[in-house]
Design a protein around this ligand. Structure first.
Ligand SMILES: [Zn+2]
Length: 206
């Protein structure tokens, strides 16, 4: 009996310590209380905002992560959870933008289908500088509009500027082909724009 009580006490202390660790790790930086709540309370796979019920967050233009927040625990946690979400077998996307997990900040993950191994990469405070090249029409879907797909005209080339989350450096990059389409789709999310706004035609999944 004594042994059981001791084990229970130990487990309680460990649980409290673990909880404190979570709370402490989410107290730095200039995130809003609402953002901290979403980041801290989410499981590793986050709840994906969907239309039409989450239109308020999906239609709101996103703001930059502040320079002070670039090294914050919140950003690290949010990036890790967004990655888990987009690569989760239930989602299986090629990109995700922070508004899709309820955070109106300029953060996206894109699967670099144009690179060896097709890695996912995270881009902070990203903006499209220029769009150019041929316009082609291709099939697109969105984690936030489940059950539908559409044919969307997109340019073949983009130039983007962003902050690399590891180095903190501002970088400029040119992307070509289908990966450039993913960048356009995800950057549109940061302006509150959905692919359905630009699609020539929309179809329901069979
Ligand atoms: Zn989308």
């Amino acid at each position: 009996m004594k042994q059981i009580r001791l084990s229970w006490m130990r487990a309680t202390i460990f649980a409290a310590a673990a909880m404190c660790g979570v709370l402490l790790s989410c107290q730095s930086g200039g995130w809003t209380a609402a953002e901290k709540k979403i980041i801290c309370e989410a499981d590793s796979v986050m709840c994906v905002m969907t239309m039409p019920q989450d239109s308020a967050v999906l239609r709101t233009p996103s703001v930059d992560v502040s320079p002070r927040d670039l090294k914050s625990e919140e950003l690290k946690a949010l990036m890790a959870k967004m990655y888990k979400t987009v690569t989760d077998p239930t989602q299986d996307g090629v990109g995700i933008a922070a508004p899709q997990v309820g955070i109106n900040r300029r953060i996206i993950w894109v699967q670099r289908l144009d690179k060896a191994g097709e890695p996912f990469e995270c881009y902070i405070n990203i903006r499209i500088d220029s769009l150019y090249g041929d316009t082609t029409r291709g099939r697109e879907g969105c984690l936030s509009i489940p059950g539908y797909w559409g044919i969307v005209p997109r340019r073949s080339d983009v130039t983007v500027t962003y902050v690399n989350p590891e180095s903190g450096q501002s970088l400029k990059e040119h992307i070509h082909g289908f990966t450039a389409v993913i960048f356009q789709h995800e950057c549109d999310h940061l302006e509150g724009i959905l692919y359905t706004d630009k699609a020539d035609s929309l179809f329901a999944d069979q």
